[in-house]
Design a protein around this ligand. Structure first.
Ligand code: NAD
Length: 362
């Protein structure tokens, strides 16, 4: 099944295209017709939900903000007023399962600390709701497998918040890969920033699962995987620390190399101390470069043929509309739970390699 052409696709601009993917067997609900938009409930009203997702949901064509789930009652009034959310669509973490009875909510978007994704995705699936889940999908590959199984058992769809899968510069990277006659030989991907507040959950292993690797390194893994278009067969990784107090529980800086079938290699870097934001891809004769590569906006690119001139989009709005389109058309997505699981398998191999000091098979 192909995507029907809708208005949001035009926001991607000429020259970029959404991937046309086949339909998903076994998923029969919900089938909407006409102009119905999917109602989305955000779970966790922190920074990303407040400053990116809720505003983006004002620009989406196929879904809209219709509910909230929060553990902080003092946030409710502001959200109710700002987004006109009815009282019946406001939940807390305890009564969240009652969302099963709410027909006006079609999708639950889990935007909680990483360790809570597993629980809330499974609860959402059991409530019969489609799920958007933030990255990293879970703390382990086992968690991801359980989340996928729960969604399959409930016949609901599961998507991971990989906002760059529908971003024009990253779509251009995939096109560069597909056009490369000799194949991609080398990828360099780096994402890091200096993290602030030393008390935040991102620095606590139980809540975050890991440090810069889990949070930012996952972008570098993703980029290498879709730039090469193959799955890595092995990983060799190294960890570095400059601040043993702040990063007592999680990794601060990691470098790693991935080996792909056919001898292609990637070299990657992630850090919670040193900013880095870059994707470089080369074939035997051509190269493709994005810097900055992973921001919400102002991604800049060039190739051996000159500067890229691509439109800037609201990444979160396009991402959520694309996921909604997949639900409405029963179409496959390349940001599925299976995609999230693949990244967790690589991350596990990275941590194993750091511990063992050896090359680890993925
Ligand atoms: P945040 O700290 O700003 O918000 C977390 C929310 O979870 C808050 O509303 C907080 O009240 C709630 N919460 C519930 N239990 C908590 C607990 N025990 N400890 C801390 N907070 C608790 O975080 P964020 O930046 O919004 O990140 C949320 C998720 O979104 C993470 O998984 C993160 O990786 C992801 N994220 C993705 C992107 C992206 O570009 N795709 C960007 C930022 C964050």
């Amino acid at each position: 099944m192909k995507y029907t052409r809708r208005k949001f696709i035009t926001t991607l601009g000429a020259g970029s295209a959404l991937l046309m993917l086949p339909s998903v067997p076994g998923f029969s609900k919900p089938v909407f017709s006409g102009d119905k938009k999917l109602g989305v409930a955000l779970v966790g009203l922190g920074n990303y939900a407040t400053n990116q997702l809720a505003p983006a949901l004002q620009e989406t064509s196929l879904c809209y903000l219709n509910g909230i789930v929060t553990g902080t009652p003092t946030k409710i009034d502001k959200w109710k007023q700002q987004y006109n959310i009815p009282d019946k669509n406001i939940y807390n973490y305890e009564n969240f399962d009652n969302i099963a009875d709410n027909e006006s909510i079609d999708v639950v978007y889990v935007v909680l600390p990483n360790s809570m994704h597993h629980e809330f995705v499974i609860r959402a699936a059991k409530a019969g709701k489609h799920v958007f889940c933030e990255k990293p999908m879970g703390l382990t590959s086992k968690e991801c497998e359980e989340m996928i199984a729960a969604c399959n058992n409930a016949a609901v769809r599961l998507f991971v918040g990989y906002r760059l899968h529908t971003e024009p510069h990253h779509l251009a990277a995939m096109k560069f890969r597909d056009e490369g006659k000799t194949g991609i030989m080398y990828v360099q991907s780096e994402f890091g920033f200096k993290i602030g507040d030393p008390t935040q959950w991102r620095l606590k292993k139980a809540l975050a699962g890991g440090g810069s690797m889990m949070d930012l390194g996952i972008y570098a893994i993703q980029a290498a995987r879709y730039s090469i278009g193959k799955e890595p067969v092995s990983v060799t990784a190294q960890e570095y620390k400059t601040d043993y107090e702040k990063f007592v529980e999680v990794d601060e800086t990691v470098t790693w190399q991935m080996e792909f079938p056919g001898g292609h290699v990637s070299n990657s870097y992630t850090s919670y101390t040193t900013p880095a934001n870059h994707l470089y891809i080369s074939t035997e004769r051509r190269w493709f470069n994005l810097i900055p590569a992973f921001n919400y906006n102002r991604i800049q690119g060039s190739t051996n043929r000159g500067q890229l001139d691509l439109p800037e989009v609201n990444q979160q709005a396009v991402q959520m509309d694309t996921f909604s389109q997949c639900i409405l058309d029963n179409a496959e997505s390349d940001a599925s739970g299976e995609e999230g699981l693949k990244d967790l398998k690589v991350i596990e191999a990275v941590y194993k390699s750091i511990q063992s000091g050896t090359k680890v098979k993925v």
